[in-house]
Design a protein around this ligand. Structure first.
Ligand code: HEM
Length: 147
């Protein structure tokens, strides 16, 4: 019963995280051209504040549930990741997820040290967007692609 619980938590946390990244890239970047810079700054500050308070918990649940699922079911598969297509794709998915975590930590550091600039933020959003597309393809592909 605990595995479906981890999976459900993982899925909800993934929805929130992926949804936020997609919103920031697909909506916010295009709204930027329609709003005065001062208004946009206030909007971004508000969203940034909310994201910085919510996202650490979302990531905790996402990674905690992911690790929980691996511990319950996939440790043997990950012990020799190249032995199966599932193991290979799951190992790549986890590596991409670690890169996502690093992006988040760098962004938090830049915000806290006052060094975050619109250019850095745009780069981080774009890179995270690509990571999310790859992770979703891997998360589903590992169940359907075989070689
Ligand atoms: C940014 C981080 C992550 C995102 C966005 C993400 C997203 C997803 C998504 C969308 C699924 C498909 C769930 C479904 O369709 O039912 C999934 C499955 C899975 N994820 Fe993650 N994940 C992330 C990190 C991790 C990490 C760090 C681990 C392990 C250490 C992990 C382990 C798994 C496992 C084992 C499954 C397969 C669950 C199953 O169906 O049995 N994920 N992930």
């Amino acid at each position: 019963m605990i595995y479906p619980l981890f999976l459900t938590l993982h899925l909800f946390a993934a929805l929130i995280f992926i949804g936020t990244v997609f919103f920031e890239v697909l909506f916010l970047e295009s709204i930027r051209k329609q709003l005065p810079a001062r208004v946009m700054l206030l909007v971004e500050q508000g969203i940034g504040r909310r994201a910085r308070s919510l996202m650490p918990w979302v990531l905790l649940v996402l990674f905690g549930a992911g690790l929980g699922m691996v511990g319950l079911r996939y440790l043997p598969v990950l012990a020799s990741p190249l032995a199966s297509s599932f193991g290979t794709l799951l190992a790549i998915k986890i590596a991409v997820a670690v890169s996502v975590l690093l992006h988040f930590l760098v962004a938090m550091f830049l915000f806290k040290s006052g060094r975050m600039s619109p250019r850095y933020l745009q780069f981080i959003h774009g890179s995270l967007f690509c990571h999310m597309v790859v992770i979703v393809l891997l998360a589903k592909g590992m169940f359907y692609l075989t070689w």
